[in-house]
Design a binder for this molecule. Structure first.
Ligand code: OTU
Length: 648
């Protein structure tokens, strides 16, 4: 479409909006003017120029206007503040806590009572996993949504949600919510109308009368849940059609080749933003666009869709940040921050799934070679964006390394992955881990790993054997992993329960809805009695909670740990020690050392920092163990070092 045509659409819409009842201020029109050409360009690349194109653009703009009008004043003020300080999310004070609302706090009112606990730990971002209405039975932990505008009644109401958001804001905290963009539950109104035969809604999904097209898709599409939901299509008898269901059979993939779907989802996005959500986690974004002959992941159009969301957010809710949940190959993940002229104009943050697996790798192998190699092949991310660093979440640990990185350090990729699965499921000799394989796929030889962090590092093993030494080792390993997440750059995520070293939970096996999905072994009911023990020295809970709390609070006080100043990896000629520098702004240098092995390790810093005469570990406020110029790190020990005496 040429500029004249698009200008014409814009001026018609503006004229109609101005003469409508909507209360829009000049700021809205200015932002619309600034984003309009990007939106048109993106939509045109997605949908081509057709008769419906003009009406789709018009539709979208009207929905944006309605969303803007509905934006609470409080949130508009936050928008302005964040526009003025685009690095707001990179601040080192941020640390996230992710939890299922029902498992952690019962419901929204229950959560209000738990805010003080989260503050005590040092949390600033509360990520409540899907809390919108879902089916009564299987709902994939809420990742199958039946109504995007209604809170699951068990958990509260949308008013409760708004109140929780306000409470969090009053405490200086942020709310993060999920938007399950790729699919709806089969009980969603659109799915029901589709089942009732309404063509308009059948077009919201991918449905086919016979297997011709599904079979073409299947030739190149991998399976996400091969054990429980093989294939990517489900036959729905009421429809007499095959529906695309990449995840579970009750999760119907939305068809974004239909522009109406994009328009609907954009409006839903701002509904959540207007409820008070500061951060929106966009679930399964690599899957948004499907193309026969491809894996149907990471297609260029998925990026275009996210850019549309981002551009629209600049108009309606510029203070809202998007998180890409893209658990894909390292090079692909980075693309969700946007590239080229759209660098920084797609998602503001993303799960650092690569680092997550590299951390588990370092711990299993006791060396950092894959870690260094893997990180060094990840390109820098755009200005003002930042990672979410984590060791564990509610999903499995997928072994998403780049094969090239494994080759580069001399490993055979499939053998190394098999070793990782064997190690963390306790089938490797000497392993103390108690995980379980998730979705082993005999066709591809792939498997992922389930299990709580504490059980994966050997705490369950230590308790079974009543072995205090092993217990201490396990505690040190949890703290070590979190110490890296807290110091390497990005926003650390504490997965609920990890701060208390929660073990695997096997009760899901007796639950008909959950028994076939072993991710539930690390999705326990939060144990508030155990949480009380955080106050009793010598308990496991105290030993983990107090140390994570120390790391989070210390980190918050160190501006140089913010996302503006990326870590610089250093090579200390000791494969077992991860080492990097943090420095930036006005603040001085911090050197982080982390020993991933189960032996003490010696490192020398004098060659790299000849002017530093003495170091102070700012975590313990003591000098590190040192003999002459050699620093000694105990097994699984770490330190955050600041020069305490330096020659000028
Ligand atoms: C996400 O995970 C959620 O985190 C899961 O809990 C859901 O089951 C799923 O989407 C469906 O909504 O495959 O094994 O690249 O890897 O979206 C987890 C992204 C998953 C996918 C990821 C997905």
């Amino acid at each position: 479409m040429d500029k004249r045509q698009s200008d014409c659409i814009l001026s018609t819409v503006i004229e109609d909006l101005r003469s409508s009842d909507l209360e829009l201020d000049e700021r809205f029109y200015a932002r619309l003017g600034a984003q309009f050409s990007s939106i048109v360009e993106l939509l045109e690349r997605l949908y081509g120029r057709s008769v419906e194109f003009e009406s789709a653009v018009t539709q979208l703009l009207w929905r944006l206007a309605h969303s803007y009008e509905a934006r609470p004043e409080r949130m508009r003020l936050l928008d302005l503040e964040r526009e003025r300080r685009p690095a707001w999310l990179q601040d080192s004070r941020h640390a996230a806590y992710m939890a299922y609302l029902d498992r952690f706090a019962g419901d929204l009112s229950g959560l209000e009572e738990r805010i003080s606990y989260l503050r005590e730990l040092g949390i600033s971002i509360v990520h409540l996993m899907p809390l919108l209405k879902g089916p009564a039975g299987k709902s994939d932990g809420g990742y199958a949504v039946s109504n995007y505008r209604e809170v699951e009644p068990r958990l509260g109401t949308t008013d409760d949600l708004r109140r929780v958001a306000e409470r969090l804001h009053d405490e200086g905290m942020l709310l993060e919510l999920d938007l399950v963009v790729n699919h709806t539950s089969n009980e969603h109104e659109w799915a029901q109308k589709a089942r009732d035969g309404e063509q308009q809604y059948q077009d919201y999904y991918y449905m086919f009368g016979d297997r011709t097209i599904p079979d073409q898709f299947e030739q190149s599409m991998p399976e996400v849940f091969p054990e429980t939901s093989p294939g990517n299509f489900t036959y729905v008898p009421e429809l007499g059609k095959w529906v695309m269901t990449v995840f579970n059979d009750f999760q119907w993939d939305l068809n974004y080749t239909n522009c109406d779907v994009l328009v609907e989802m954009t409006e839903i996005l701002f509904f959540l933003a207007n409820c008070g959500s500061d951060i929106i986690r966009l679930d399964a974004v690599p899957f948004l666009w499907k193309r026969i002959g491809t894996s149907c992941q990471n297609q260029e159009e998925s990026h275009l869709i996210l850019r549309v969301f981002h551009a629209c957010a600049r108009i309606v809710a510029p203070g809202v940040a998007f998180v890409a949940e893209a658990i894909v190959a390292p090079k692909e993940i980075v693309r969700y921050f946007g590239e080229g002229e759209y660098a920084g104009r797609e998602c503001d943050t993303a799960y650092h799934a690569t680092m997550m697996v590299l951390l588990w790798d370092a711990l299993a192998t006791g060396n950092t070679r894959v870690f260094h190699q893997g990180l060094s092949s990840i390109p820098e991310i755009p200005a003002y964006t930042t990672w979410f660093t984590y060791i564990r979440c509610h999903d499995d640990i997928g072994l998403g390394y780049a094969d090239e990185d494994l080759h580069a350090v001399g490993y055979d990729p499939s053998l190394h992955r098999a070793f990782m699965v064997a190690y963390y499921t306790g089938r490797f000799s000497g392993s103390v881990a108690r995980g379980a394989p998730f979705m082993a796929n005999p066709k591809t030889g792939d498997a992922r790993i389930s299990g709580s962090a504490a059980s994966l590092v050997g705490l369950e093993y230590a308790i079974e054997r009543g072995d205090d030494e092993e217990l201490t080792k396990a505690i040190n390993k949890i703290v070590l992993l979190y110490s890296i997440c807290c110091s390497i750059g990005g926003i650390p995520i504490v997965y609920y329960g990890d701060e208390l070293a929660t073990l695997n939970d096997t009760s899901y096996l007796e639950d008909a809805v959950k028994h076939d999905d072993n991710r539930w072994m690390h999705r326990p009911l939060f144990d508030w009695a155990a949480a009380e023990r955080r106050k009793l020295p010598d308990t496991v809970e105290y030993r983990v909670f107090s140390r994570l709390q120390r790391l989070l609070k210390l980190r918050a006080s160190l501006p140089e740990f913010g996302g503006e100043f990326p870590a610089v990896m250093i090579n200390l000629a000791n494969d077992s020690v991860l080492a990097y520098e943090r420095s930036g702004g006005e603040s001085g240098l911090v050197v982080v050392l982390a020993n991933v092995s189960n032996r003490s390790q010696a490192v020398r810093l004098d060659e790299r920092y000849p002017h530093v005469k003495a170091w102070l570990d700012i975590v313990t406020c003591e000098a590190p163990q040192q003999f002459d110029d050699v620093l000694i790190l105990p097994a699984h020990g770490f330190c955050w070092l600041r020069p305490s005496q330096a020659e000028v």
